[in-house]
Every structure is written in structure tokens, then in C-alpha cells.
Ligand binder design. Structure first.
Ligand SMILES: C[S@@+](CC[C@H](N)C(=O)[O-])C[C@H]1O[C@@H](n2cnc3c(N)ncnc32)[C@H](O)[C@@H]1O
Length: 272
């Protein structure tokens, strides 16, 4: 599929995502749609944490338009984690989720599990091509999500985690520890507040990839103590430090051609 075609599909996907309540910026929505369309290999797209379906709609739309099968959406819809968004008086986000999938015309492309990720993981057996983690943002919750689903990642799979560049201490630490410190992840990057890495077991020890991971690790690790002090940044020193370290972690939009060049499964010295 040509780059222009992908971009047109993502534009149409964004038109649907924009109409859906939730927690994803345009840049982030475009990135996960790009990853769903272009992550190499074959396997499922698994979403942990759907809420009212903003990210689900984008993933499902590109999966259908690119003929990539269904998106697996995992969420008990009860906002069980301390880091979850407020349900604002409702008892669950499920009805809004279904209504939003219907409105976007993508319900038939979504395999819905109204369940906790760790419960689904117990019996999960299918290969995964894109793991999108936007559920429990506590350290324990995000860590469990990476570790429980990691055995099912295909070589070349993309793991993308939301809120790794903000003040969710758990997500920041898990991204730093499990992706940036791991020799099993090669290409890595940030887009908005999404941190991502490509799973390359046994193929990401080179200096090239170590440097790429270290380059993100430095600013990400500097943000952790700031996030630990609370979700609302207090004090001038923390505010400036947050701005500085965030600025030093490149997190701009990711063009399709760059993503393809980075994630193509070839030796790093042949990538550029
Ligand atoms: C930040 S919201 C997801 C936002 C959504 N991805 C979007 O684009 O708007 C987090 C969601 O994670 C769900 N959640 C919390 N813990 C979970 C778990 N262990 N497994 C699956 N979902 C979980 C909550 O119910 C909540 O709906």
C-alpha cells in the first residue's frame, strides 16, 4: 500500500476519532493508526483500556480499511484503577463505548472483552502485532500488562504505551524499565505522550539501538522523580525541570515513511 493511501486512510480515521470522547491527541491518534496499519508481520492488534472508544475507533477503522482483521479491545469499563478517568456519575463507560463504535461504523471490526487485561492474559494464545497499553497506569498495572502479553509478541511487533511523557509515574517507569532498558527492543520513539518500541528479540543489542534507547532514557528518567511528587506539578523548579526534560525528549509527529524506515525488519546498518 502506498504512503499516500495510508495517509488518506489515517485522515479519514482521524475524522472519526475526533468525534469520539476520550484521551488521545490528534498526533497520538495518528500515530497509533499508523502503527496499526504498518507494524510488520501478522497478528492481532490488542488494546488495553478502551474507555469510550476514542483509540478503539482509530485502530478499528485502519484495520478494516487496510484489511488487517479485527481489533481486540480489553476493558472492564468500570474505571477500576486509581489512574482511570472519572466516570462522571455513570457506573461504566460501556454504553458510551458501544454507541461510539456504532456511530463510527466500526463495531463489527472490534472483538470486545469486557474484562481485565490480566484475566484475558491468563488464557490468551494468539500472536500480537500491536500491543496498545492505555489501561491501569499504576506501576504494577502497566508492568503486568507488558509482562503478561510480551510472550505473545511476534518479532517486529510494536508495543505502544500512553502517558509515558506526562506525570503518570507508573507508565514512565515501566516504559523506562521494560522497553528502554531492554535489549529486546530496537527502534524506539515518542509521539506526544506515547512511548513505543519495536520488539526484536535477540536483535537489538547493537550500539545503534543502545544509543537510541539511551537517548530517550535520559530525559524520561529525569521526569520520574517529578511525577512521583504528584500528578499536579508544584513549584517553579519542578515546572522548569519538567519543561526542559520533556523538550529534550523528541516527541513530534511520526511521518509514515519514517516509521516504515525505522521498523523495517533489516539489520540496523541497512536501515537508513
Ligand atoms: C485512560 S482510559 C483509556 C482511554 C482510551 N484509550 C482513549 O483513547 O480514550 C483507561 C481505561 O482503562 C481501563 N482499565 C483500567 N484497568 C484496566 C485493566 N487492568 N485492564 C483493562 N482495562 C483497564 C479503565 O476502565 C479505563 O476505561
Amino acid at each position: 500500500m502506498g504512503g499516500g493511501t495510508i495517509e488518506r486512510i489515517i485522515d479519514a480515521g482521524w475524522a472519526r476519532v475526533r468525534e469520539t470522547a476520550g484521551y488521545l491527541s490528534e498526533r497520538e491518534a495518528r500515530f497509533i493508526m499508523l502503527a496499526a496499519a504498518l507494524a510488520p508481520g501478522s497478528g492481532d492488534v490488542v488494546e488495553i483500556g478502551s474507555f469510550k472508544g476514542r483509540s478503539t475507533v482509530g485502530l478499528a477503522y485502519v484495520s478494516r480499511e487496510c484489511g488487517l482483521g479485527r481489533v481486540v479491545a480489553l476493558d472492564p469499563h468500570t474505571a477500576p484503577a486509581s489512574t482511570d478517568p472519572d466516570l462522571e456519575g455513570e457506573s461504566a463507560s460501556y454504553d458510551a463505548f458501544i454507541a461510539n463504535l456504532d456511530r463510527a461504523g466500526v463495531r463489527d471490526v472490534v472483538e470486545i472483552h469486557r474484562a481485565f487485561s490480566h484475566d484475558v492474559a491468563r488464557t490468551w494464545s494468539r500472536p500480537i502485532r500491536l500491543l496498545w497499553i492505555d489501561g491501569d497506569h499504576t506501576y504494577e498495572g502497566a508492568l503486568a500488562d507488558v509482562r503478561l502479553f510480551r510472550p505473545h509478541l511476534i518479532p517486529g511487533a510494536i508495543v505502544a504505551m500512553h502517558d509515558v511523557l506526562g506525570t503518570f509515574e507508573g507508565s514512565l517507569r515501566v516504559f523506562a524499565d521494560e522497553i528502554l532498558r531492554s535489549n529486546d527492543f530496537g527502534p524506539v520513539g515518542l509521539c506526544g505522550s506515547i512511548g513505543w518500541g519495536q520488539y526484536r528479540p535477540g536483535g537489538a543489542r547493537s550500539l545503534f539501538y543502545r544509543w537510541a534507547r539511551a537517548r530517550l532514557s535520559v530525559p524520561i528518567r529525569r521526569l520520574i522523580p517529578i511525577a512521583r511528587r504528584g500528578r499536579r506539578i508544584q513549584g517553579v523548579a519542578d515546572k522548569y525541570a519538567y519543561k526542559l526534560w520533556r523538550a529534550l525528549a523528541p516527541h513530534g509527529a511520526v511521518p509514515a515513511r519514517r516509521f516504515v524506515r525505522m521498523t523495517r525488519l533489516a539489520p540496523p546498518n541497512k536501515q537508513l
